[in-house]
Write a protein that binds this ligand. Structure first.
Ligand code: C2E
Ligand code: MG
Ligand code: MG
Length: 763
């Protein structure tokens, strides 16, 4: 069992005190006992001396009285005349004077002549021993007779010769012992020569104890002359100890009271210490569980108070540090805006409030990469901070504005409808699209915004963000400042699917499919190559087009694996067909993310080597936006790819912002005019643009390929304009690899030895 701290302190202290008290008690008791013994011994010593003095004083009194009588003339005459009556009355008179009961007149030969006591009668013989023959001096002795004890003094009666002896004495009876006892303070017992008790101050029981040498009694025997009589001087030990014992009892009482009081006091003191410690322990437990605001309920001036103060200070410090860490975890270090995590949870909170429809707007800095590239990262940072300041300064968001990634900013607001959302995004862009001054120079900064309103019932912040992202992408493609997400709820649900892991799995499980769409000579429709277009055979959702997963793959970087897959498959297909005599190049689409990877040329080279495909039978299509962000680096990679011998093509020409200066420097051999121009060819302005593009390609010694030819008329017009090659449903839709092989097999003359039939070769 674990005792509480207060109980342990109280118990320890009380046990200590008890031990001290017991030791003191034992010592005091032993001292008391020794003292009592010493006192009894001393009293007995004094008693003996007093007893002897009393006997001596008796002897003197008796001797004097007897000598006076012996010297009395009348008495001597009565002795001489044997006048017994006179002798007896003289003895009685003198005896009465000193209170002596015994008066005896004895003849020189020892016969009693007269007596005042019945113990010796005239005519009897007196104790011979008492009568020294020639004694002149009084003789004193204690004699015992008939069980009684007497003190006698015998003096001679001379006239002038010895005529008689006078003996006078006191009986040492109970009166005498009482007197002796009162003088000595001891119990006195007289024993006769025969051993019987002559007199005693003791009661019968005590007397028996004394005679039996009981340890309770201290007794000293004083011999009284030759008669064998003796006196016992006794003192009871228990009686002597009684006052000490009373003292001891008092002491025990005081000790018990002291023990009880001190135990209570110590318990109180211990509680005074233990209680606040318990409260502090509880506080520590709460702090440990993350509650930093629990109040510390101890405030004192002593050491425990100091501990409580320390705890309070620690609590504050831990709280501050905790908050700082949280702040760091939710704040973007560069701009001080919230980060993605904080923004997502704030928007989810706003949605949960159900105040209305929550719209999310994403704004990206246009050509941000270029700003970094041309003006340095300092300029890029300045632009981002300037935008952050404007977002913070303006009233654009119901939650704290955030920077999600490099140049992606986000705000959220409750919006009544699409029109309001569009207006909101417009205001947002207007506030952001002003010059930012860096190093004294104004930088023209523009942005593109995408706005997402909840596409279905249950929109999460995450879904809104993805939709807004898609809207930004749409705005970019449509070359407008703002776009609203227009996906159906089904689209939203699709977006919500965990594309990441699914797509990763798709590559691993070979769920991707390679489709090929022929490129044909406009002049006669002969196939001159094919473009590899990817599809995803989704296990649940069926065959998905690239629009449903390629943008996502580009955002997440997964596109590298997808491209690698397409590259390997396309190269393998081209190699196989080349071996079978169809030596037509296949084009593979390369995204901007791939182009940013300096290892792309090495990967392409490895692929060609592995399949044994001549580099000329591979083309890579790069969209304009692929080199727009980092043209210098893109140029390096393109040069390296060109050095391998593979053909390079600019895809979707006209939709990007590629500068003509870069175009001239790119090692590109093909230019693909975007589908949107081809479809719109009836418009004179569009036709003019297409014509100039064809002329430009011609000047730069590039082949022109027109995408999206859906009918013969368009093909014809394009041919007239000078375009050589076309691609579109008019010739064939994208088809699976085997279909393409059949399709193309039916249209080309197989030539296993000769070079691939190409437009250049046949032209
Ligand atoms: P893109 O490279 O411009 O490909 C041409 C797109 O136009 C293809 O769409 C094709 O099916 C479509 N098309 C061809 N002829 C016609 C026509 O006559 N009328 C119409 N309306 N459309 C026509 P698809 O296959 O949906 O591919 C879309 C885009 O996805 C491609 O545009 C390309 O940018 C991208 N993509 C496809 N496969 C890959 C790939 O393996 N890697 C990468 N990075 N992107 C790919
Ligand atoms: Mg393409
Ligand atoms: Mg294209």
């Amino acid at each position: 069992m674990r005792l509480r701290l207060s109980a342990r302190i109280a118990l320890t202290f009380s046990l200590l005190l008890l031990a001290v008290l017991v030791a003191a008690f034992v010592a005091v008791s032993a001292a008391n006992r020794a003292n009592a013994h010493r006192e009894v011994d001393r009293q007995i010593g004094v008693g003996i001396r007093v007893f002897e003095r009393v006997l001596e004083s008796n002897r003197r009194q008796l001797a004097q009285a007897a000598q006076v009588l012996a010297a009395d003339y009348g008495f001597r005459e009565a002795v001489a005349t044997h006048d017994a009556d006179t002798q007896t009355s003289a003895l009685e008179n003198q005896g009465a004077r000193i209170g002596s009961e015994v008066g005896v007149l004895i003849s020189p030969d020892g016969v009693v002549m007269a007596s005042t006591t019945p113990i010796v009668r005239p005519g009897e013989r007196f104790t011979q021993a008492m009568l020294p023959a020639l004694a002149n001096e009084p003789v004193s002795a204690v004699v015992s007779a008939g069980g009684r004890v007497y003190q006698l003094v015998v003096v001679p009666v001379r006239s002038p010769l010895l005529v008689a002896w006078v003996a006078m004495g006191f009986q040492l009876d109970s009166h005498a012992v009482t007197e002796l006892a009162s003088v000595t303070g001891l119990q006195v017992t007289l024993l006769s020569g025969e051993g019987t008790v002559a007199a005693s101050t003791l009661d019968m029981a005590s007397l028996a104890a004394v005679i039996d040498h009981s340890p309770d009694w201290v007794t000293t025997e004083v011999p009284l002359g030759a008669s064998g009589a003796r006196a016992l001087l006794s003192r009871s030990l228990s009686e002597a100890l009684a006052p000490f014992e009373q003292l001891t009892r008092l002491l025990v009482l005081i000790a018990a009271a002291a023990l009880a009081i001190s135990a209570l006091a110590v318990l109180g003191l211990a509680r005074h210490i233990a209680r606040p410690l318990q409260s502090l322990t509880r506080v520590i437990d709460r702090i440990r569980s993350g509650d930093y605001h629990v109040s510390v309920p101890v405030s004192r001036a002593d050491e425990i108070g100091a501990v409580a103060d320390g705890l309070r200070a620690m609590q504050g410090a831990v709280d501050a540090r905790d908050r700082a860490i949280r702040e760091l975890a939710y704040t973007d270090a560069l701009t001080g805006l919230r980060n993605r995590t904080a923004f997502t949870s704030a928007v989810d909170g706003l949605i949960a409030e159900r105040r209305g429809c929550v719209a999310v707007a994403l704004v990206n800095v246009d050509r941000f990469r270029r700003i970094n590239e041309c003006l340095g990262y300092g300029a890029g940072d300045t632009v981002l901070r300037a935008w952050a300041d404007r977002l913070r300064g303006g009233d654009f968001s119901d939650v704290a504005p955030a920077r999600l990634a490099a140049d992606h900013f986000a705000v959220a607001r409750v919006m009544p409808d699409d029109a309001a959302a569009r207006a909101w995004a417009g205001e947002l862009l207007a506030a952001l699209t002003t010059d930012v001054v860096f190093d004294g120079q104004p930088i023209d900064v523009r942005g593109t915004a995408g706005v997402a309103l909840p596409p279905g019932e249950d929109a999460s912040a995450d879904l809104l963000l993805r939709c807004a992202d898609a809207a930004v992408e749409r705005a970019r493609r449509a070359k407008s400042d703002v776009a609203l997400y227009e996906g159906s709820p089904e689209d939203a649900n699709r977006a919500q699917l965990s594309l990441w892991s699914e797509l990763q799995r798709a590559v691993e499980r070979d769920e991707l499919r390679l489709y090929l769409q022929p490129k044909c000579r406009l002049k006669d429709g002969a196939p001159v190559g094919a473009e590899a277009l990817i599809r995803w055979q989704h296990p649940e959702r069926g065959l998905l087009g690239p629009a449903e997963f390629v943008p996502f793959a580009e955002q997440t970087g997964l596109i590298r694996s997808v491209t690698q897959w397409a590259l390997e498959r396309a190269v393998a297909a081209a190699a196989r067909m080349a071996r079978e005599g169809v030596r037509l190049p296949i084009s593979v689409n390369i995204s901007a993310v791939d182009l940013a990877d300096a290892r792309l040329p090495a990967r392409v080279h490895q692929c060609l080597e592995a399949a044994g495909l001549p580099p000329a039978l591979l083309k890579l299509e790069i969209t304009e936006s692929g080199f727009i962000d980092d043209p210098a680096h893109a140029l390096e990679v393109l040069d390296a790819l060109a050095a391998l011998g593979v053909g390079l093509s600019i895809d979707d020409f006209g939709t990007g912002y590629s500068s003509l200066s870069y175009l001239a420097r790119m090692p590109v051999s093909e230019l693909k005019i975007d589908r949107s121009f081809v479809i719109d060819l009836r418009q004179p302005e569009t036709a003019a643009v297409v014509r100039s593009a064809i002329e430009l390609a011609d000047r730069l010694q590039m082949q022109t390929v027109a995408e999206g030819i859906e009918d013969a008329g368009v093909a014809e017009r394009l041919r007239e304009m000078g375009c050589e090659i076309g691609q579109g449903y008019h010739y064939a839709k994208p088809m699976p690899e085997p279909d393409y092989e059949r399709w193309v097999g039916a249209r080309v003359v197989k030539d296993t030895a000769a070079a691939a039939p190409s437009v250049a070769a046949s032209a």
